[in-house]
Ligand binder design. Sequence first.
Ligand code: RUQ
Ligand code: CUA
Length: 659
Amino acid sequence: MKKTIQFLSLSAALLSFVACTPGGGSSKGGSNGSKKSAAEKAYVAPGELDEFYAFVSGGFSGQLYTYGLPSGRLLKVTPVFSQDPQTGYGYSEESKAMFNTSYGFVPWDDSHHPDISQTNGETDGRWVFINGNNTPRIARIDLTDFETKEIIEIPNSAGNHSSSFVTENTEYVVAGTRFSVPIPQRDMPIEEYKGNFKASMSFISVDQESGEMDLSFQIRVPGYNYDLGHPGRDKSHGWFFFTTYNTEESHSLQEVNASKNDKDYVLAINWKKAEEYIKAGKGVKEKTRYAHNRVNEKTHTSETTWKEEVLVLEAADFPGIAYLIPSAKSPHGCDVDPSGQYIVSNGKLSANLVVHDFNKIIDVIDKKDFDGEAYGIPVLNYEKTLAGIVEQPGIGPLHTEFDGKGYAYTTFFISSEVVKWKVGTWEVVDRQPTFYSPGHLCIPGGNSRKPEGKYLLAMNKITKDRYLPVGPELNQSAQIFDISGDKMELILDFPTIGEPHYASAISAGRVAPNTKKIYRLADNEHPYVVKNANDARVERKGNEVHVYMTMIRSHFTPDNIEGVKVGDKVFFHITNSEQDYDLPHGFSIIGMNNSELLIVPGRTTTITWEPKTEGVFPFYCTDFCSALHQEMSGYVRVSQPSTDVPLRWGLDGEWKSAK
Ligand code: RUQ
Ligand code: CUA
């Protein structure tokens, strides 16, 4: 107990130390020969476009935010794991199935690591994958329209943290569990954790045409905690590396009990070898249950498929698929350099950064020169796999990325800085303070074969004095460094939404040309679509009233509806008939218990409304769409069930009614 308190007060002391360092925001002239000031480097003039897209996770907001680099402009909020009243995501009938899980309807998650799809080890701008940490899930966002198209639940996992990282041809999205649990879940004493709880590493295959995910197999490994992971690339392609902590397998007061071992492990998985076993018919199909939610592109409607089994390979039973490499104490990030040779394990409780050499790992494996085993998995020798050590670079290393020019950049949470060091010589060449306590950092393509190492985005957990005070809860903060010169230069500081947990970034040219401007109305196969306003209508089915409505500048068809009764459930199925870029319309009616809808051109979306009292209730367009936006409105008349007001609808005095 005493030790913990010492460690905590040390951290607190260091934190308050960095937090008191004045200014620092105006670091002077990078030595890259450029005469531009920091402000000019981050300045993107009005009407000009950013060089990079940065996909920043929202952490506990559950969403994905797209920012432009270097301007720091927020370009888009893509709702992923959380309901979004701005668009109706998670409230509309079409999108509700996205939140189905074996735990029921879960409209929130903790999104941590967005990763961009890759081809030949380079980011390709097709999809972004992101993990839901709390109720284990992986989502796929399509970068043609920046919408979430798919969410797959991960069974036998708990705290889906070492996720969602893609292999170099997007063969798999890989998801590691943070917590170990009884598998299958069952009622047992917590104290019997050690030796009984297990962990699963999930390999989710990706269809190269559609992007659709499928849980291909799981590898069952010892009951440690698995923190982060990254794929091998180039020479180490076919491997995947995860950091472990709590190799002590403690179940309580982990800050002490999971920090006892001087070394934890890097778990190296040879997934190509696992594929060979599977091809040979090995592995066990285990019963389980999980949801796979997909958007049907023709109807823009999500559907859930329930899956009942998963193929499992017990790592200890299949030689050659898993190895444990002793590494820096309680490592957090696990990062692989662009050549695939070096694996950096960021030991957050270690004084040094430890780098392992893939060639040496293979050499030791080939010679079967093992230092014993743990739960049947060979343990390699620390010294024999060591590439080098970055000596005392800072305190509390968390994550490392690469610039493609031979340098690595590591964040230090406690000493609150980014440190640049040279891959191969392991010498520190530069350090810059961040404000304050960075977690992840992102260099566009910084976890690929070909980083685009011009900017570095540091994502900070503590903001304190960086912005005008707004009460006890402060937005977290991101900072952009220009890393094109020898020295890093801080050029911009901007607040973020939720926790800017991690980001992945890509040059704009790999995404922008492929983005959609509209959905073609002709291709809309939604069952409630109205392609011609003359077909707009209202139908009653028992106490359900279905409104088939269209919207175009600047009216709804119909805009008058009568004959709705208290106790009815009204479904507004609304089609945006526009076929012009950037012309959404909104819809909302008084007393809605869900959200508005924001409907983009060519789409049909449904929202329900259950009127509680009689009266005449206005609805209106919520998106300022035209000069006559304020005129874009209508009325629904609601009567008591005992009345005989007929169901009819109209526009401009022309009424229609059901035959
Ligand atoms: S982990 S701040 Cu959730 Cu990405 Cu290191
Ligand atoms: Cu349509 Cu405002």
